[in-house]
Design a protein around this ligand. Sequence first.
Ligand SMILES: [Zn+2]
Length: 308
Amino acid sequence: MKLLILANGCENNCKPAGGEFLLTDCPPLVFFFYHSIINVIKTDKHPTKIIRNIVRFYKIIRFLAILVSFNSSAADIALIIDDMGNRSRDALAFSLPKEVAFSILPHKPLSSVYSQRAASQQREVMLHIPMESLAGKRLGPGSLTADMHPMKIHQVLQDALSTVPDAIGMNNHMGSKLTQLTLPMSSTMDFLQQHNLFFVDSRTTRFSKAEQIARQKGVMSTKRNVFLDHDADITEIDAQFRRLLRLAKKYGFAVGIAHPYPQSVNYLKQQLPTLADKGVRLVPLSDVLVSQELARSNRREQLEQQLD
Ligand SMILES: [Zn+2]
């Protein structure tokens, strides 16, 4: 039993609660502890010897528990397939596990159809809003630009949302210019807050203010950690996917964005079923958002307690 736990980690994914590991957090260890105590009672007849052996066993179990907690710290990844809605070829992505979220471009021939189909698979749907880039790339319908009045931004977002009606969140398509600007980002986040939508910063520039403004406005938010297929060569996709797993193991979670290219979808279809062997879980995007939000509010509480 001892060796089994050490070799495999704890399948219950037990983690120390607030830094202190409680034995009751880990059912397999509780079972091992009581099983050992019964053996001690059966073999030793002297009460002092029984107590001494129980204490010794408890110390061993505690040590094992700490090792298990290090071994089994959660590593979650969430994935988003961007740019959905343009082509019928993108439908290949529907064969990916339902934990993979789709971000759908507004006003495209397949926007509403894909929105409905993804939602019927219990898949999380996002609105993929084109935002002005520094390179001045062509943006397409439903896009936001720096010269827009806040009311216009709300109108554009409202119209876009009506073509992706199942969206529960939003991320930016391009946006290296717009996400650096406070006013348009504030108007965007006001809209998301009013419609109870979350935001994922695609981080098309390291100077993006989007996530910071989202938090100020009370919008649940996170950011993209890795673009899997910025270079759509399979060797590069593989390298980026490994990077995503490394980040998840380091920080507990990581968010990856890919596109509905056949090579990306096929790569993910091969790799995602093997995640458990690598100690990584694929989770819905909202799981990552909720755990991040909880971690932030815990940190805030601790800070407030220290200040009191
Ligand atoms: Zn995009």
